[in-house]
Design a protein around this ligand. Structure first.
Ligand code: NAD
Length: 458
């Protein structure tokens, strides 16, 4: 993308590099001895502050990965116009090896190390969940920050992805999967773009394969099947893949996994094939890798049959595989855009925390009162003039219900996903030298970051 842009070499280099990475090794007394853990917090770009990015718990965490993911956050935030720079954190740990109390001790100690260096701070650096972390860890981090900053009235804004009762926001858990759904809806609104895949029509009836039925994959698959009429023809997980051409019941599969240590094995309504990765190569209309990075690589890219891939996970397609897929004419909706729903709703949560009021609290009843005025006036007119009009009950119910926080969050997310798609699309169609959405997304994002640096006099 940079090659296609007109950036000075100095600015290009400034944007490319990761500004700083802090490595911490800390000890926690557990099970009678001291265990030492290694964690990272990288800041890729501070062209806007605070910087934003999740904290990952996995044994595979290492400095290069954290820095790459921090860079992706810079571009993602720029693309969806959340006013943040890019950051990321990670802790080398297998979260399943520790019980709840131990994980709380480890998380609080890690948070302490970052907070005292302002690497967690509502104005400077705001983490969120990523692989291996969730609402619970974010609540511990928020509480740890509040304990160490007792007079900071904005303490809750130091981290997002908190549970609703601890300063979180409605719709954050579903946000990334919901964003994948809105991204696909927006893609299918543009016939010209759909034609590039060789598909036609809308989302209804499209055959979808999902890899990873975790937070992102589950919500995306659930919403696409229950609300848009997609058929989920395969679900790939750690222990294999369920395949059913008639369409799988996503909720039933997830309920099964919840009751069986996260495994698909034994699910009664569809056969399990042991090779989960092979399911990526089955025929379908839309492939959604939603588990982890690097799952489509030089070894399998040529065998991928899906004409449209939505990168719900971060970095699921390697650089080499991307080239092969582009040559085959596969359309890829890039991670930077496709999974930006999480950071978008995190932005709403941060704003809510800083404004100390839930969205909709001031307007909801006023909106309902205005709608009621209109309904009553229509009914009065109909009775006065003997027109015999009756408004359908379900119309009245929907029209008379003011927007609560969840409705407003979904509306803001939908608007964000549409606007970001349009900006990528303009570059994709508007320039002869841009052939794919990923390059278009990078051009939009890097251009915005560059403009911010330039306006700062850099
Ligand atoms: P998660 O831990 O909730 O879910 C991941 C799922 O993938 C799990 O069910 C796991 O069993 C499964 N899985 C792991 N390895 C697999 C394999 N080899 N084959 C098939 N399935 C496998 O994590 P998540 O939060 O859903 O994140 C998934 C991806 O989405 C990650 O790349 C993450 O960085 C990205 N992402 C997440 C968010 C978010 O808000 N959670 C936001 C943006 C991007």
């Amino acid at each position: 993308a940079v090659r296609l842009m007109d950036l000075s070499p100095g600015l290009e280099q400034k944007i490319r590099v990761c500004n700083s990475t802090y490595t911490v090794r800390f000890g926690v007394r557990l099970r009678g001895k001291i265990e030492t853990f290694t964690g990272y917090r990288s800041v890729h770009s501070e062209h806007m502050e605070p910087v934003k990015g999740g904290i990952r718990y996995a044994l595979s965490v290492h400095q290069d990965e954290v820095e790459a993911l921090a860079a992706l956050m810079t571009y993602k935030c720029a693309l969806v116009e959340t006013p943040f720079g890019g950051s990321k954190g990670g802790l080398c740990i297998d979260p399943r090896a520790w019980d709840d109390h131990e994980l709380e001790q480890i998380t609080r100690r890690f948070a302490y190390e970052l907070i005292k260096r302002d690497l967690i701070n509502p104005a400077q650096n705001v983490p969120a969940p990523d692989m291996g972390t969730g609402e619970r860890e974010m609540a511990w981090i928020a509480d740890q920050y509040a304990r160490m900053n007792t007079t900071d009235i904005n303490a809750k804004a130091c981290v997002t992805g908190k549970p609703p009762h601890a300063g979180g926001i409605q719709g954050r858990v579903e946000a990334t999967g919901r964003g994948v759904q809105y991204a696909l809806r927006e893609f299918f609104r543009h016939k010209e773009d759909v034609a590039k895949t060789g598909l036609s029509g809308g989302l209804a009836g499209k055959r979808v394969i999902v890899q990873g039925l975790g937070n992102v994959g589950y919500h995306a698959a659930k919403f696409l099947s229950e609300e848009d009429g997609c058929k989920i023809v395969a679900i790939a997980e750690r222990d294999g893949a369920l395949v059913d051409e008639r369409g799988l019941n996503v909720q039933a599969v997830r309920d099964w996994m919840n009751g069986h240590d996260g495994l698909l094995a034994g699910y009664p309504d569809a056969p399990l094939s042991a090779d989960g990765a092979a399911a990526l190569e089955l025929a379908c209309d839309i492939l959604i890798p939603a588990a982890m990075e690097g799952v489509i690589h030089l070894g399998n890219a040529a065998r991928i049959r899906a004409p449209l891939i939505v990168e719900a996970a971060n970095g699921p397609i390697t650089f080499g595989a991307d080239e092969i897929l582009r040559e085959k004419g596969v359309v890829i909706i890039p991670d930077m855009y496709a999974n930006a729903g999480g950071v978008t709703v995190s932005y709403f949560e941060w704003v809510k925390n800083l404004s100390h009021i839930r969205f909709g609290r001031m307007q909801r009843r006023a909106e309902e009162a205005r709608s009621r005025l209109l309904v009553e006036e229509l009914e009065r007119l109909s009775a006065d003039k003997g027109l015999g009009w009756t408004l359908a009950d379900d119309f009245k119910d929907r029209f008379l219900t003011g927007s609560d926080e969840l409705a407003l969050v979904r509306s803001g997310l939908d608007d964000t996903m549409r606007a970001a798609y349009q900006s990528m699309r303009e570059v994709w169609h508007g320039r002869n030298d841009v052939e794919d959405l990923r390059t278009a997304a990078y051009i939009v994002a890097i251009d915005r970051v560059a403009k911010t640096y330039r306006s700062k006099g850099l």
